[in-house]
Design a protein around this ligand. Sequence first.
Ligand SMILES: Cc1ncc(COP(=O)(O)O)c(C=O)c1O
Length: 316
Amino acid sequence: MRIQDLDTPAIVIDLDIMERNLDRVASYSRQHGLRLRPHTKTHKIPALGRKQIELGAVGLTVAKTGEAQVMLAADPPDLLVAYPVIGRAKLERLMQVAERTKVTVAVDNLTSAGELSAAAVKHQREIGILAEIDVGLGRVGVPPGEAVGLCREIQKLPNLNLLGITFYPGHVKRMDEAGLAALRDLGQLLEKLVNDLSRNNIPTEIVSGGSTPALWHGHEVKGMNEIRPGTYIFNDWNTVLTGACTLADCAAAVLTTVVSTPRPGHMIIDGGSKTFLVRPAGHRRRCDIRIFEGSSRRCLSPHERGTRIRGYYSRR
Ligand SMILES: Cc1ncc(COP(=O)(O)O)c(C=O)c1O
């Protein structure tokens, strides 16, 4: 098939760049002795999950039960569901996943831990648990001071096997001076937390964190032994802004067609806000597209069904 034959808008992946991204992170984690459990939210494609495992990933991370079911096709040795699993229907499906592979779940409250334990007992499964700690993002997770208490209670529940802790440092977005200082603070917090947990005979076999922005500094975060980057497989403009990659490391692009040139200097492409939906890190505007013309860039705001580009094609 030729690129011109693709129906648009279409997402196109440069496989050479993607493979280079995968290799780079696999060898980085090997070099630093970090477990790599990539988040599959970016690609959601079992064949790519399989590739990540073949390159040395210890397992895969997913955000929900449905994704865990899909990723079974990658034949992963382990699946981490890095978000609370709540409700009977989801727990039943999760137990079906647990019949096929090892399942670990991030837990930050005793209600979900209790329901998970009951489902695991009913299905005679053992589920790995990582206690979720909020290290500053303010999303899920207990404050670090409550970690020991949560872990102690989880340890009392049958068929749950507490393996350590998990956190997501999504609040550290740019690897500038402030970002690096935030990662140093995170390392100190983790060191203290791991000591507290060990003193209380709570396992810390897995201390799982890491994001794409913080990727190349993972080995400097004391106490963390597992990283879960997701975006790195393709990278994006946000990743470029964080300093974790360059534009040349971005593997994904959206192919669009010019559908109208209503007047001189204007063209409309068939990719709009639903195609490009992004909010660049640190930017308030809901939706931006940048056009790269040599070293200059322009920012456009797409509409739902398309994007008007002014003063562009006429100059070519
Ligand atoms: C819990 C968790 N872990 C890992 C990741 C992957 O981070 P990134 O998108 O920076 O690659 C995410 C992303 O949302 C996440 O929510």
